[in-house]
Design a protein around this ligand. Sequence first.
Ligand SMILES: [Zn+2]
Length: 430
Amino acid sequence: MNNIITSQQPYVAELTKDVTTTARCLFCKAPLRHTFVDLGMSPLCESYRTKEQLNQMEPFYPLHVKVCDNCFLVQLEQYVSAEHIFSEYAYFSSFSDSWLKHSSKYVELISNRFNLDGRSLVIELASNDGYLLQYFVKKGIPVLGVEPAVNVAKAAEQKGVPTLVKFFGRQTSLEMVAGGRLADLVIGNNVLAQVPDINDFVAGIRLILKPGGVATLEFPHLMRLMQENQYDTIYHEHFSYFSLLTVEKIFAAHGLILFDVDEIPTHGGSLRIYLKHIEDSSEPVTPAVTNLRERELAAGLNGLMAYNAFSEQVMESKRKLLELLIRLRSEGKRVAGYGAPGKGNTLLNYCGIRADFIEFTVDRNPYKQGRFLPGTHVPIYPVEQISNRRPDYILILPWNLKDEIIAQLDYAREWGAKFIVPIPEARILD
Ligand SMILES: [Zn+2]
């Protein structure tokens, strides 16, 4: 009898421990007690498999997203180290035409608005393959990229974009400041979400920003993610998901004030925020900031209820996509994918869609061609395979680029192929 009791005690203690050792908020350190959405187990979305790897074990990690009930930062616990994820990154920004167009437009706009010239310095954090800084170089504006992935940094140097191969944070910025490198403009596009220690990163921005300097950061807008079911933009590489309300608090805590915001269409709806030192009174806070703040409050982003409703919405979106694919496959239709983006991998793994539903996918990035999607092992071919194999339906995985892709694949209409987008809910396009 005694034995039974003692053998059960450790088990109970273990359970209690699980409940009490809750993870803490990346920003405010409050315990994380609330689920935003649980997408189950998924491989790292950029870990494309080679043929040899198909017969090996493949690591899967939880995609369980929480929301902080104190600051409402939506976040993913860090299951994999950032070094592991980002030191050989397969994402080359320059492979998307619309992204390049977006970047060159930004460079025009920002250099005019803030009078950048040959005496200025533009520093971009996570500068990737130089897709953006190359346009400043063309205008004769000095630049410096900071990029942790060796292979993409090399591609940037080849474009004439000087690049520091490092993770950015307080330490790196202190070294840059010591080397006399203060920025008139700091840019961070699609990097804030990927930062494992957000306080360290934001503190670093403040350090390298000149007294009259401006920082602009772009990131997917949480309100759009929630309103449009964009759960596939959740992956292990993205630790944080921001509303304006929360991001404002984070920067304010580090002495930076958010004075303007643009709502831009990239990645299904992003924000571009403008920041300056709190002591700098040169730019008034624009009505765009007040207006968006009010819309977020109206959407309930300052309370738990809105966040709690998201899970059910996501499950319904999954059921709709599976219903459509099951129907098409039952009718004997052939379905292919287009694209092999990170978001596609979250979607396919969460929905359990493998080569039984989509025969293959295609991608313009030669790095991915000949490899297989992580987890689902759908083969990735060059784009020409669409015309060789003539599928009846093409599931567009990077749905945010659907107009560009449909225009590129116009020839597929010759054999009557139709396009499907999976998000916000599965739909055949006319
Ligand atoms: Zn928090």
